[in-house]
Design a protein around this ligand. Sequence first.
Ligand code: PEP
Length: 250
Amino acid sequence: MRRSVVAGNWKMHGVRADQARLVGALLEGAEDFACDVLVCPPFPYLLEISRQLSGSVWRLGAQDLCADPGPGAFTGEVSGTMLHDVGCTHVLVGHSERRALYAEDDALIARKFQAAQAAGLVPILCVGESLDERERGVTETVVGRQLAAVLDVAGVAALSRAIIAYEPVWAIGTGKTATVEQAQAVHAFIRGRVAVQDAMIARSVRILYGGSVKASNAAELFAQPDIDGGLVGGASLHADEFLKIGAAAP
Ligand code: PEP
């Protein structure tokens, strides 16, 4: 396991041919990254991309999973077991778009976190405040609550098999990046919250920053003491840009 991670969230972009081109370009351009690198394509392409990435440095993640381990009558859902079966190693949990557009609350996200680990996947737990919450000065209250919801049910030890991603909602897909000071401050807060329960896990847990990460700002963000890489949306759809971001991680 490397100290830092760069993960690409492709969201609902591209069809099969686009995905194959993107993966081909990533494989061609891949170097010996100092960080762990992974991509999170849409569900229908996971199996094919898993085969393409096989034997490479790239790992595969999904963007969501069912909170129930299944199998069972959960029409439209995809279980952690299924994701693991097609080659996923990681899965995003609680992305802000899931929270905002699909009404996923802290309790559901905690269940998804546990379902991911039960299936042998590494959950990437996304937390972050909205613009309104930042302006009201409640960033730490919100992020602390989102983190506690998972720690309360899964226990701090579960973080030794998980990744946290701090993604201020106002910086996702907007072109607005949190300043390095703003990002570092929340990362330090998260690590501090974990340290209250377990200092060793707090030191080792990887906390990624997400929100308009680009090749031009990645190195500065990743140089912060509590930023251990990035969760990258838009820029991960451009192989050159994404490869540069991967290369910027220490
Ligand atoms: C994301 O999708 O998690 C994200 C951070 O998107 P973007 O990099 O486009 O802001």
